[in-house]
Design a protein around this ligand. Sequence first.
Ligand code: SF4
Length: 129
Amino acid sequence: MYIISGCLLGQNCRYNGGNNFIDWVKAFSRKHNYIPVCPEVEGGLETPRPPVEIRDGRAVNREGSDVTEFFRRGCEMVWENSCRRAQELGEEIEGAILKANSPSCGSGMIYDGTFSRQLTEGDGFLTAF
Ligand code: SF4
C-alpha cells in the first residue's frame, strides 16, 4: 500500500483551494492500493488557508501565525490512518508519493521560509515524521 498526497490525485486541498493533479500519479493509483492524505487538512487547517513555510523548524504562515501544532497533529493523523488502512488490507506500507517542495509533503527541498519562492535543502513535516 502506498501513501499519496491527495493534491497530486486532484483533491482540492492546496492552500489556495486548488490541486496539483499529475496524470501518472492517478494512473499509478489505479493499479495499486493507496491512501490519499493531506496532513495540513487532517491536522485541522481549513482550505483555502494562508500559505505556510518552515522557518527555524517551525511552520509559520504568511500572516505570521505559528501553525506547527496543526502540522504535527496532521502527521500523526496521516500515520495512524495509513497504518490502520494497511492493516485492513493486510499489506505493508511500501512507499509514498508526496508533493515536492511542500512544507508538509516536500522531500529534500522546501521553500526557505521567506515566501519569495526560494528553495532550500530540507524536508516537510510529514517526510521528516
Ligand atoms: S499538505 Fe501535502 S497533500 Fe496537502 S495540499 Fe499540501 S502538498 Fe498537497
